[in-house]
Write a protein that binds this ligand. Structure first.
Ligand SMILES: [Zn+2]
Length: 319
């Protein structure tokens, strides 16, 4: 890695080698109120929430994790001032997102719908090079997303804008998939000249045949994340041991990452969150990794590759 290479966190750029163990897909906060036409007057007091989140980051840090990607896009509870404060006061490096969510769970933010492709590229690029929203805090990753079974026109526009902003700024891309459409996302990126190796595709393992699907993604060269580990409302640990063990056995350890998709505060989408707010960012470190090692024969070195080397590589800005 050259000296100029960087990963962009909320408290400034860091050398990739300083990142440490990283959770690739988490949230501090998810708030769908604005998008659902029922904006909430947040019922938390700023300092209380900062304290609560910092306490979570301390737990996470004590469990051996030193960085996480906050994947909340524009209009979905991306409270930059809050996140920045948590990053300043807590021990964990936080990487924040520009970009928009998909439109099958709730409408895409009006700004995202209204802007054309070029204007979206400008918006994402500005958030990366100047600052997110009305702040001077820069985004370190571009988030984009697709719904279930198809990629809508607006979602495709977001994927293309993400690809072009990535090419313009070097900023990494992370995507959300909903039970599939990861391969179709790669097709769109490739048509924009962005290769699968440049992309992180999240929520793999939810497809009809997760072993085969994840292998197809890996064969294309994509980086994939298995990232609702610990959320038992979806799958138990056995499922994740099976799909991750398979990916490693097939020789793809360099493309696999793990995370929880947890959040401290969730509001406004019963279908997606309901009573099941999952806020244990230590589950993988405490419970899952020992199980993965025990049951799938994964080595310490392979764990380090997935938790440290891979995030470090994929989160580094391209020249
Ligand atoms: Zn997420």
């Amino acid at each position: 890695m050259t000296e100029t290479q960087k990963i962009r966190t909320l408290t400034g750029d860091v050398a990739p080698s300083d990142l440490g163990r990283t959770l690739i897909h988490e949230h501090l906060c998810v708030d769908w109120g604005e998008m659902l036409g029922r904006p909430k007057v947040l019922d938390f007091e700023f300092d209380d929430m900062v304290q609560k989140m910092v306490a979570k980051m301390e737990e996470l840090h004590a469990a051996g994790i030193s960085a996480m990607v906050e994947c909340t896009p524009i209009g979905c509870g991306r409270y930059i001032d809050l996140f920045k404060e948590v990053a300043l006061r807590g021990p964990v490096k936080i990487i924040a997102s520009t970009g928009f969510f998909h439109e099958s769970w709730c409408p895409i933010h009006p700004i995202g719908r209204a802007l054309d492709l070029d204007a979206l590229v400008d918006l994402f690029s500005r958030e990366i090079t100047e600052g997110m929203g009305d702040t001077l805090v820069k985004a370190g990753i571009i988030k984009c997303a697709t719904g279930e079974g198809r990629i809508s026109e607006n979602e495709e526009k977001m994927l293309r804008a993400s690809a072009r902003a990535h090419k313009a700024t070097g900023c990494p891309i992370i995507t959300h998939t909903t039970n599939g459409m990861g391969l179709e996302q790669l097709d769109i990126f490739e048509s924009e000249g962005v290769s699968p190796e440049e992309v992180i595709v999240s929520h793999i393992g939810f497809e009809e045949d997760p072993l085969d699907y994840s292998e197809q993604m890996l064969k294309r060269g994509a980086n994939i994340s298995f990232d609702r580990i610990g959320m038992k409302i979806f799958f138990d640990d056995d499922h994740w041991v099976r799909v991750i063990g398979n990916a490693i056995n097939k020789g793809y350890v360099n493309q696999v990452m793990m995370s929880h998709d947890a959040a401290v505060f969730v509001y406004g989408l019963e279908e997606a969150s309901g009573e099941n707010v999952f806020d244990d960012y230590t589950y993988i470190s405490r419970v899952f990794l020992p199980k993965l090692q025990r049951e799938a024969g994964v080595t310490d070195e392979q764990i380090s590759i997935m938790m440290e080397d891979n995030p470090q590589r994929v989160l580094t800005f391209r020249d």
